[in-house]
Ligand binder design. Structure first.
Ligand SMILES: [Cu+2]
Length: 375
């Protein structure tokens, strides 16, 4: 492009038209804070509005006084400045007024803050743990726990398919809580700092490894509320959304019972002895689902991801192999919490016998359980 004297004008026109149309195209242009759906979130919103209006009034009074005096006492009118020093009355006034305003704002703010931190006597407790890059939800009292990860298809992310309405805001397993009940969240992290944030519930707590932060909510209206990780936590920070599904107490109880039954089934399944073929076939599925993205479908590895074919660990002692899969290490994630004992036994058996690693041995679920108990 040849630059001419018109270039700045053209650029200005381009930028301003982009600024004007972008929000319209986005369809949504929310300027104010979210009001939320809980009593507490609405209180936070009202507090925010109260302080906002106080600031507006102060702004109008201060700038009004400034502009009026600049206008009325300007030099061209022959105004001459008063020349006085140390007015005690004035100094007392300009100390007392801001002080009174600050106290006036601190009282409602403290009242709300006290409520936000009142996590006593919950009906349900959920331990929220941030991982790179997913969330784990645990109900310690009920003995239920699961991972919740992004469910947006890869095609949408890479632009090979149209983006859905909840692009990057949808998960495979939402957190489920009962309506009308006080739910306490205990928030922590397993690797780096994350932040658990659901605007509609006015809950935002840093998830810090080694610390447990508390928050709570009571949602009256059943529904689905979405949130995101709000602390830059690495490459997939934008890919660990939150879904909170609020259901009736009956539905919640049913869901918990179903989860408990599933956990009991997994524990029961861990006791069985499986044939080599069963382990191998299931192991192949687990491998393709959980491992192939890094170690590649044919086990040949890529870049920093070592090959499984001929791997010293996959052809070495079983304990070392189990240890690597269960506990991870280096850039290898720990799978102990994500795979059931049957799945771990299957994938280890598969890796020891696939891709030319003809070890001829097999690992049973009970071996996985005793390894985990022994460590
Ligand atoms: Cu995060």
């Amino acid at each position: 492009m040849r630059l001419s004297y018109r270039t700045p004008i053209a650029l200005f026109a381009l930028v301003s038209s982009a600024l004007l149309t972008a929000p319209a195209l986005a369809g949504e242009w929310q300027l104010n804070m979210t009001e939320g759906v809980t009593a507490l979130s609405q209180e936070v919103f009202s507090l925010h509005m109260l302080i906002f209006w106080i600031c507006c009034v102060i702004g109008v009074v201060v700038f009004g006084a400034m502009f009026i005096s600049m206008y009325l006492h300007r030099k061209s009118r022959g105004a001459v400045a008063d020349n006085f020093h140390e007015s005690t009355v004035l100094e007392i006034i300009w100390t007392i007024i801001p002080f009174a305003i600050l106290i006036g704002m601190a009282i409602p703010a403290t009242k709300t803050l006290v409520k936000i931190y009142d996590t006593d006597n919950p009906d349900v407790e959920v331990l929220v743990t941030g991982y790179q890059w997913k969330w784990k939800y645990e109900y310690p009292e009920e003995g239920v726990s699961f991972f919740s990860s992004l469910s947006t298809p890869k095609d949408e992310i890479y632009g090979d398919a149209d983006k859905g309405p909840h692009y990057l805001l949808e998960v495979d397993e939402p957190l489920i809580i009962p309506a009308g009940k006080k739910v306490r969240f205990l928030v922590t992290a397993a690797d780096v700092i994350h932040s658990w944030w659901v605007p509609d519930l006015a809950v935002k707590r840093d998830a810090i490894p080694g610390y447990i932060n508390e928050a709570w909510t009571r949602v009256e209206e059943p529904g689905l509320y979405r949130g995101q990780c709000a602390e830059l936590c690495g490459k997939d920070h934008g890919f660990m959304p939150i879904e909170v599904k609020v259901v009736s107490q009956e539905e919640f109880d049913e869901w918990i019972a179903e989860r408990q039954a599933r956990a009991a089934e997994i524990a029961e399944a861990a006791k069985q002895t499986l044939e080599f073929d069963e382990l191998y076939a299931q192991g192949e599925q687990v491998y393709q689902q959980f491992c192939a993205t890094c170690h590649q479908p044919e086990g040949q590895g890529a870049g920093i991801f070592p090959a499984i074919a001929g791997s010293p660990i996959a052809t070495g002692p079983v304990a070392d192999h189990l240890n690597r899969v269960i506990n991870g290490g280096g850039a290898m994630p720990a799978f102990g919490e994500q795979l059931t004992p049957v799945q771990t036994a299957a994938v280890v058996t598969f890796q020891r016998n696939a891709f030319g690693n003809n070890m001829g041995d097999l690992v049973q679920p009970i071996d996985v359980v005793s390894f985990e108990q022994g460590q």
